[in-house]
Design a protein around this ligand. Structure first.
Ligand code: BG6
Ligand code: MG
Length: 214
């Protein structure tokens, strides 16, 4: 039986976005696959697992490595822009019903207990997604890929989120679905709840299948 006592003591909850609040991985996958296909190689769903929690430019490097291709920095920036254009097309059709199970209920419950709520995401599209899902107003602080310079597993995103909540790191719990994010939460000195596939979450303090379990 997992030890849930850290959840009773937490003063701040910091959520990753992609994979914890909404399943955007499928849209990232479709957009990356389309880029790979234009470049003449296959990109599988198993390959896509390697991109979870990873920044946009680092994801592109992994993709090009899979295809065995090399490009200049300028060419890579243009490719990342193109992929993002396709991705934004998909997420502009996101609906509230795509919130993962239990997310809204859990956020409401935390707010009711006076717990600070922050987002700590690598995505530069985070604010757009929160708006689409109609949950932006539930966050006291939003830290995304536009606000930090070092990608997970660096703890910068979570430390900035804790500061945004006016809390010390040890008072915060991170909710993450990806290996790099779990490592970032632990490096920040926070407790980490891993959500989703246990294979990627071995560093987490507790693992649940989703927020509906809490
Ligand atoms: C993370 C996703 O949340 O954000 C990654 O798990 C993604 O797959 C990264 O690459 C950056 O997202 P974006 O929206 O800025 O391209
Ligand atoms: Mg994630």
């Amino acid at each position: 039986m997992p030890d849930y006592s850290m959840l009773q003591q937490m003063k701040g909850a910091i959520f990753d976005l992609d994979g914890v609040i909404v399943d955007t991985a499928k849209y990232h996958y479709l957009a990356w696959r389309s880029l790979a296909s234009e470049l003449g190689f296959d990109f599988t769903e198993a390959d896509n697992e390697r991109l979870k929690g990873v920044s946009r430019m680092r994801s592109l490097d992994i993709l090009l490595d899979i295809g065995g291709l090399e490009f200049t920095e300028d060419e890579k920036l243009a490719m990342a822009d193109k992929k993002n254009g396709l991705y934004v097309d998909y997420i502009s059709r996101l609906e509230e019903s795509e919130l993962l199970p239990g997310v809204r209920e859990y956020l409401i419950r935390l707010r009711g207990c006076g717990i600070g709520i922050a987002l700590g995401s690598a995505s530069k599209n985070a604010q757009f997604i929160l708006d689409k899902l109609n949950i932006a107003g539930m966050f006291d602080a939003v830290v995304d890929g536009n606000k930090v310079s070092r990608a997970k597993p660096d703890p910068e995103v979570f430390l900035t989120a804790a500061r945004g909540l006016g809390l010390q790191p040890y008072e915060c719990v991170v909710f993450e679905d990806a290996e790099a994010g779990v490592a970032a939460g632990k490096a920040a000195g926070m407790q980490v709840v891993g959500t989703g596939r246990p294979e990627a979450l071995s560093g987490a303090d507790i693992i649940v299948s989703g927020l509906h379990e809490l």
